[in-house]
Design a protein around this ligand. Structure first.
Ligand code: F0G
Length: 359
């Protein structure tokens, strides 16, 4: 039975006797070694951490398990979040499973279809704001300040506690920290959580080294890179379409303390990485998740030598979350045939003639 992060990393988490051991089998996600893209960059040891393999399809489940456990422990009757989609999907699922009312506040028309569907499936109360994620977050912060409802955005420290377990797993798998950790950056909770995790494991002598934290924002939504909030953030990567990150200062510390960078990648770079991951590695992620590998490709093109380096890219969510971008982007080669064996022979003739062979 898959244990879940609370049980696996109990010693490193704020768990008391009275904390319910909330779990949906989150964590323990695959760290997969690259077979093609690493070679293209001359990197012997490139790994992808597949956070889309969490129960609701994104890394948010790690933080949500911990946050919901603490909400239940404190006797809270409801949880609430603003979201670009994944947090709301995760909150809805854990809220439903552990019988705590869930309200999700999302920017109308700006979140991927799969994520709204998840919130609906788990019967969350859905509120759509005619505005941005940043405005939704501001509404939710205000409301939860004045009402006894638990905020489960990454301002809630328990979210980061849960998410730091991703760093523990990487060290457990590799035997040490990688040299570089590339990670998509939106509200900047995850980069903050990973850095916390790497530091705590290092302090506990579970690792010898610490990684450089390499955060990547989308070019049209890059407040941390620009050094000021972005009023109307724009990017195809809707999960990281954020103009005023809640964990801004902590992300700067992660960058500076680790000797890393927070940089930006264009939508074209994100979509190229999205396609390469799908076609060369078998990894179908959502666009925002490809920002990590897009960042690595960009820095490599600018001269970063990763030949003797161990690099991990966090792939934060599954591609099934955002079918619309996939359908627009992946031009299928579809041949329609009748149900006769000869039709299939004929349809595949060109492949065998081309020497590629089938079967
Ligand atoms: N990747 C995905 C797939 C995300 O959903 C998010 C954030 C990020 C990366 C960025 O992580 O915010 O910790 O820097 N999604 C949030 C949400 C904002 O509401 O689902 P971050």
């Amino acid at each position: 039975m898959q244990k879940g992060i609370l049980e696996t990393y109990r010693a490193f988490l704020p768990i008391e006797e009275s904390t319910p051991m909330v779990s949906m089998g989150e964590g323990n996600t695959p760290l997969v070694k690259s077979v093609q893209l690493g070679k293209m960059l001359g990197c012997e040891e490139l790994y992808f951490k597949l956070e889309g393999c969490n129960p609701t399809g994104s890394f948010k489940d790690r933080g949500m398990a911990m946050a919901v456990a603490k909400a239940l422990e404190s006797g809270s009757k409801a949880i609430m979040c603003a979201s670009t989609g994944n947090t709301s999907a995760s909150a809805a699922a854990y809220g439903g499973r552990f019988s705590i009312s869930t309200v999700v506040v999302v920017p109308k028309g700006r979140i991927a279809a799969g994520k709204v569907t998840q919130a609906m499936a788990h019967s969350a109360r859905i509120i759509m704001v005619d505005g941005s994620f940043d405005q939704a977050l501001s509404l939710v912060r205000n409301f939860t300040d004045q009402h006894p409802i638990t905020l489960v955005n990454s301002i809630n420290p328990y979210r980061l506690e849960g998410q730091k377990t991703g760093a523990f797993e990487i060290v457990d798998d590799l035997g040490d920290s990688p040299d570089y950790l590339f990670i998509p950056t939106g509200n900047a909770g995850n980069i903050t959580a990973y850095w916390k995790g790497f530091k705590e494991y290092h302090q506990a002598e579970m690792s010898r080294s610490l990684p450089k934290m390499m955060g990547f924002q989308a070019q049209g939504a890059a407040p941390i890179v620009l050094g000021h909030p972005v009023e109307d953030p724009k990017t195809v990567a809707s999960a990281i379409r954020i103009g005023n990150p809640a964990n801004w200062t902590a992300a700067l510390s992660a960058r500076d303390d680790s000797g890393g960078v927070i940089d930006k990648v264009s939508d074209d770079e994100i979509l190229e990485a999205y396609e390469l991951l799908a076609s060369c590695e078998g990894i179908f992620c959502e666009p925002a998740s490809a920002a990590s590998f897009a960042g690595l490709r960009k820095l490599h093109a600018e001269g970063l030598d990763v030949s003797c380096r161990r690099v991990v890219c966090i792939i934060t969510g599954t591609g099934l979350k955002d079918p619309d971008t996939a359908v627009e982007r992946f031009i299928p080669e579809i041949t329609e045939i009748g149900a006769d064996p000869k039709d299939l022979e004929a349809a595949l003739q060109s492949i065998s003639e081309g020497g590629e062979g089938i079967g």
